[in-house]
Design a protein around this ligand. Structure first.
Ligand code: TXA
Ligand code: MG
Length: 364
């Protein structure tokens, strides 16, 4: 398939904040061109095709969420298992009613505080949402992304847009334009090139379909952040705290099956082998040095991922990009220093780090 690639980065100059465009008087020809490119991409969605677009978390691979044939193409392009449901993106919070019959004061509080932004909420789905979009589940995951290109695209398409991360299944999520082009060129109708993703890890997935609000996938919006808004205890899916494998790996039996189907797959894997070194900071540093020296003597190319101790947001921003850079450099072994899981964002990055390493952990 021939993919049309549109660089629409010019748009960011003209947005003062999340979704407000500057006065027409202040826009220019280049900006008008950019809007036309997004029109073309929106037409692709309307026609049932696939468009890759930037969001603040990671790049997404979008199709009309209410068109079963269109969302089927997403699964094919990614090589994604059919039981792994897609997140449905909307451009106006008020459009939530197209997807779910439920709207409580709690949901409104969450929307007011976190949308547009990296919070996905899972609610009972309406009939019109095709089963294929939700992986056969009776619930639907909904989010309003915080990126003007994404919002403009969804608005112009005039329909909710289902979009998983725009990586080939099993590869790290793309957060930089070169990474998304590498994975998706030739597999989709259009790619909208935006800025590097500000957050760098995928949205927090919060299940609101049961009695207790439960985080199914951690992100930079933490349980504490959510509790502060809804004034209620938020649970963490117990599957997130088990430090072993996934259903499709050989790392042993798991005790809890994750409630988000996607969390059971070995995501985010770099080509290199990867070990997470955990323990006292100084010991971690010296163990990384020791293992690096040892493996280099054996002729292996070693990559190190060691973030500043408390730079959790930066770790989120950089982590997937680093995995991909190391793959591109032909690294054989990645040694990564563990982050503190006491911090909510640290916990979210560690979730990805441990999965990337196939739960290969060395304690020092
Ligand atoms: O930040 C993000 O959320 C990105 C950008 C593109 O918006 N999207 C993303 O989508 O990460 P994806 O498909 O890679 O991950 C969706 C996750 C999966 O773990 C999936 O199983 C879970 O959300 N999920 C989706 N619908 C669900 C549902 N109805 N119930 C439980 N989990 C659900
Ligand atoms: Mg994904």
């Amino acid at each position: 398939m021939k993919t049309k690639v549109f660089d629409v980065r010019d748009i960011y100059k003209h947005y003062i904040d999340k979704s407000t465009v500057l006065d027409d008087a202040e826009t220019d020809e280049k900006f008008e061109e950019t809007l036309k490119d997004i029109d073309q991409a929106a037409q692709v969605i309307i026609d049932g095709g696939l468009v890759v677009f930037p969001t603040e978390t990671v790049y997404g691979l979008g199709a009309n969420a209410l068109n079963a044939e269109a969302t089927a193409k997403i699964f094919a392009a990614k090589g994604r298992p059919a039981d792994n449901p897609l997140i449905v993106h909307i451009a106006r919070a008020s459009n939530i009613g197209e997807l779910t019959p439920v709207l409580t004061p709690e949901i409104i509080q969450l929307i007011d505080n976190f949308w547009p932004g990296p919070l996905t909420i899972v609610l009972p789905k309406k009939e019109n949402v095709p089963d294929i979009t939700t992986g056969g589940l009776k619930t639907v995951a909904i989010r309003m992304p915080d990126d003007p290109v994404a919002l403009e695209l969804i608005n112009k398409a005039g329909c909710p847009v289902a979009a998983p991360s725009a990586n080939i299944s099993g590869r790290p999520s793309p957060t930089r334009r070169q990474h998304v082009v590498a994975d998706m060129d030739g597999k989709v109708d259009a790619i909208l090139i935006g800025r590097d993703c500000r957050v760098g890890i995928e949205s927090t997935v919060l299940d609101l379909s049961g009695e207790i609000p439960t985080i199914l996938r951690p992100g930079i919006i933490t349980a504490e952040n959510i509790e502060a808004v809804i004034n209620k205890k938020v649970a963490i899916d117990p599957a997130l705290n088990q430090r072993k494998g996934c259903s499709n790996s050989d790392e042993g039996e798991i005790d809890f099956i994750p409630k988000a189907p996607g969390m059971k797959y070995r995501h985010y894997a770099p080509k290199a082998d990867m070990t997470v070194i955990e323990g006292n900071r100084d010991k971690v540093k010296s163990e990384i040095e020791r293992l690096k020296g040892l493996n280099e003597k054996l002729g292996l190319k070693v990559g190190v991922i060691l973030f500043e101790e408390k730079a959790f947001n930066e770790a989120a921003h950089e982590f997937f990009a680093k995995l991909r850079e190391m793959d591109d450099e032909g690294v054989d072994l990645i040694l990564a220093g563990a982050l503190s899981e006491q911090d909510g964002v640290g916990f979210a990055v560690m979730n990805r780090m441990l999965k990337s390493a196939g739960y290969n952990i060395a304690k020092v």
